[in-house]
Ligand binder design. Structure first.
Ligand SMILES: [Zn+2]
Length: 398
């Protein structure tokens, strides 16, 4: 499972959650645990411990997807490589010449980008990543983009409506909404090579769904989620635990003086609103807050004032991280008040901590988890985040 991070910026550049830094930067290296969780090591930490240049990954197979297409992965250039991991498949131990067939049974929406990690040998539970290979595979059936999160309480109608455009080489396209293997709702059948399916989820229970599209003899699936105004981004920490947090002020810019007081207040506010218990520790907290320069922010996110995310074991988060951008001007506006109507840095702090607790961005501008802050934006948690955190942690059951 990749680490998930997302950020907030003041009025201006909106940004998207980063599903995996690896898709943007193959140079990022890290560790993969035996269950497949990926833990990136940033350029600033443990630099040089694991070099990505030790091996080369090559993937061969058809450029256009067919049913049960097989691809071969070959790793060359290192005697140390002893495992290959393909996306969500388990680690495979192997001997030279390090080849592995991968059979893709199910078509995915749009183009498939096959991503393969070559990992190093280790007797411990985790493996350094040596190299990453990609292959882009086109699909005969094309699905348009869809809102990843559909929020019934969103302000814009488009954010409350599911709309999916499909094109196929043959006429006759049908679509249905599924929860696991159960059909929740048929979205219709159209006698054309191109069709749009639209549907308002209304009172459909929040959760993760799949849209299954049948066309030209293929079934193509697309994951989507329905929320009630909040969006889970990542798995949460285990319920009912006291979460420790620590703040590393080593690179704190002068204008951010008093940051630690605002961070402590942020945790206090989240705790008061949700019942989640936090404890401050001087270092190595489960949630670590620190500073990073613009160069360490993902491509396209360099305007972001902060990033928040977590990594975990695929079931629960095990470590949360919040980075504040040393170039941020917003961090020079202390507290939870307003500056000409724009919230102080308290809103940034609580937004990023909420990412590390598992919340993603939402489409409702009145929510703290909207990715851009502007005049009138909330200064702290709103009913949306409180509902989201209660759903993830249900503090009252502890
Ligand atoms: Zn964000």
């Amino acid at each position: 499972m990749p680490v998930a991070v997302a950020s907030i910026s003041p009025a201006g550049a909106a940004e998207q959650p980063v599903a995996s830094p690896l898709t943007r930067d193959p140079g990022v290296i890290g560790r993969i645990t035996a269950n497949g969780a990926f833990h990136p090591i940033s350029a600033s930490s443990a630099a040089g411990t694991f070099q990505a240049a030790a091996a080369k990954v090559k993937i061969t197979g058809p450029a256009t997807m067919t049913k049960n297409a097989t691809y071969t992965v070959k790793v060359t250039g290192s005697s140390k490589v002893c495992g290959i991991i393909e996306q969500s498949l388990p680690r495979q131990d192997m001997k030279k010449p390090y080849t592995m067939p991968i059979t893709l049974k199910d078509l995915k929406a749009g183009k498939t980008k096959l991503k393969v990690y070559a990992v190093g040998c280790s007797k411990t539970n985790s493996y350094p990543v040596y190299a990453i290979g990609y292959k882009t595979i086109s699909q005969p059936v094309h699905l348009g983009k869809i809102n990843r999160w559909i929020a019934p309480s969103a302000e814009k109608k488009a954010d409350r409506t599911l709309a999916l455009t499909v094109s196929a080489p043959k006429a006759g396209i049908s679509a249905k909404l599924m929860k696991g293997s159960k059909t929740v709702k048929a979205l219709g059948t159209k006698k054309a090579k191109k069709a749009t399916f639209s549907w308002a989820p209304g009172k459909t229970a929040p959760g993760n769904y799949t849209i299954a599209v049948k066309a030209a003899g293929h079934t193509v699936r697309l994951a989507t989620s329905i929320t009630n105004g909040w969006a889970p981004m990542n798995w949460p920490f285990a319920r009912c635990k006291t979460l420790t947090w620590s703040y590393n002020a080593a690179d704190e810019p002068d204008r951010a003086a008093g940051m630690s007081t605002d961070i402590a207040e942020g945790f206090k506010q989240i705790s008061a609103a949700t019942g989640i218990k936090f404890k401050h520790v001087s270092s190595k907290g489960t949630i670590g807050l620190t500073w990073a320069g613009t160069e360490h922010f993902p491509d396209g996110d360099t305007d972001a004032d902060g990033l928040g995310g977590s990594s975990g074991n695929g079931v629960n988060a095990t470590k949360g991280t919040v980075w504040f951008n040393t170039a941020s001007r917003w961090v020079g506006q202390p507290g939870f008040g307003r500056y000409d109507g724009v919230p102080g840095r308290g809103a940034l702090i609580v937004h990023e901590i909420s990412h590390s607790l598992g919340l993603g961005h939402v489409t409702a501008k009145s929510a703290l988890m909207y990715p851009v802050a502007d005049v009138g934006s909330p200064t702290t948690l709103t009913k949306y985040e409180i509902a989201g955190l209660n759903a993830l942690y249900t503090a009252k059951s502890c």
